[in-house]
Design a protein around this ligand. Sequence first.
Ligand code: RP5
Length: 164
Amino acid sequence: MTDQDPPLVGILMGSRNDWDVMKAASETLSELAIAHECKVLSAHRTPKELAQYVTGAEGRGIRVLIAGAGGAAHLAGSVAASTVLPVLGVPLASSDLNGLDALLSTAQMPRGVPVGTLAIGAAGAINAALLAASIIGVHDEAVRDKIREGRAAMARAVLESRLD
Ligand code: RP5
């Protein structure tokens, strides 16, 4: 992957304040050598710019969109409303409800416009990136091999655990 490679994954977040968690998705994609881009766009603060970005994404070669947001999180649903690309939602714990509000508003999409919803927070951000990689890996054996290597490394770490 070089900086010149066209991005295959778009990582969106509703606020700059979401970056501390959402950068885990970016780091995971970088480890898998999957070109991606990261942007702050808000469903309620920048709705026109969000729709413009999402409607142009497929034509620019983006294959999966990841959307992280907190509170009454509309971002992933708004993204899904404007594209048929797969949309993966990451609920963030940025409100007094610690992400439960974002989890429900991201997961409970009415039928017809799906959002694949991951766990709250960093685990969800990492898993969104891994799931995006699996989606891209359907047509890319090299990506599938990298995912397998990551799983093998996790297994080794468990088996080599020391309790002293
Ligand atoms: C959402 O509102 C963002 O995704 C963020 O998690 C939350 C709070 O945003 P800020 O007020 O911190 O910018 O739109």
